[in-house]
Ligand binder design. Structure first.
Ligand code: GUN
Length: 295
């Protein structure tokens, strides 16, 4: 009998999040505050251009004061530092986002650490990461925050469950693992984090009640790596060549969706799963920052 997993639509959850944000944005406007988000894009990485355009479009749709600073790939580190310092000083800017990756001649960590933590809507600053680990109020990295929203919306129980996170990136793997161990309803999980140096990864992934795939490798998670009835969260957005498509590529996740769907209880699709949530949470963090500016 074919298995029919629940499709966890990040698209749907993101619409609900944005609808809630509208109410908060109206309240801010009554107090004379318009959420301001500035994205900084250095160079011409095609995927980054798509992401930034989407962030620009969606923040404008919510009535944000949004702008994108598009800088040449040859921009020096000092010039970029100055841009960030100026944005730190600008009262109309509540959120600063420097799109990664940056060109090789720029020290990304130095740039991130220059952003005022109060405007760090990406949640990448060491202050934000430290607050997340200590369960203090701060900005949570957008993709893990979006995954929590999906779990909340679809009432996915994490307490007492075994969550296996695949990938140890600063943006997803590390914060996700930390969120899942927090002493709260959307936490209280037993967490295993596996990565490129983990021998026989399947031994661990097959134990997962909830498997969060953030490996950055197309269709890395195959059917044999998944337990029957698991919940699958696919963080990957990978372009793979496809001559049959107009663009010459298609998007696939880090999970072999078709094969894994035969086994799991629920799964996020790609596209339309975790992706839309990342931007929704960026908008949410910016509204939070604008609200904080009134305190
Ligand atoms: N590059 C890939 N994902 C992200 C993100 O969430 N924020 C930024 N700034 N850069 C990225």
């Amino acid at each position: 009998m074919p298995n029919n997993p629940l499709i966890l639509s990040g698209k749907e959850v993101s619409l609900a999040v944005k609808s809630d944000l509208n109410v908060r944005i109206e309240k801010l406007k009554e107090k004379g505050v318009i959420p301001g988000l500035t994205a900084v894009l250095v160079g011409e990485d095609p995927a980054s251009q798509v992401y930034v355009r989407s962030k620009e479009r969606q923040s404008a749709k919510l009535g944000f004061n949004s702008q994108v600073l598009r800088l040449d790939a040859s921009t020096s580190q000092d010039e970029l530092l100055k841009v960030v310092q100026d944005l730190n000083q600008d009262e109309k800017v509540h959120g600063i986002l420097v799109q990664l990756p940056l060109p090789k001649h720029i020290d990304s960590q130095l740039i991130i650490e220059t952003i005022n933590p109060e405007k760090d809507v990406d949640g990448f600053h060491p202050v934000s990461v430290g607050k997340l680990v200590l369960d203090l109020d701060g900005f949570v990295s957008c993709t893990p925050a979006g995954i929590l929203e999906i779990m909340k919306y679809y009432k996915i129980e994490t307490s007492g469950k075994h969550v296996v996170v695949v990938g140890r990136s600063n943006i997803v793997g590390k914060p996700m693992a930390n969120l899942m161990i927090q002493k709260k309803d959307l936490g209280n999980a037993t967490v295993t984090l596996v990565h490129t140096r983990t021998p026989d990864m399947g031994v661990h992934t097959r134990q997962a009640d909830i498997l969060i795939a953030a490996a950055g490798v197309p269709e890395f998670i195959t059917e044999d790596m998944v337990k029957d009835g698991a919940v699958i969260i696919d963080v990957g957005i990978n372009r793979v060549d496809d001559a049959s498509r107009e663009k010459g590529y298609r998007l696939v996740g880090d999970v072999d969706f078709t094969a894994v769907s035969e086994k799991c209880a629920a799964i996020t699709p790609v596209p339309g799963g975790v992706g839309p949530m990342t931007i929704a949470m960026l908008l949410s963090n910016t509204v939070k920052s604008a609200e904080n500016s009134l305190k």
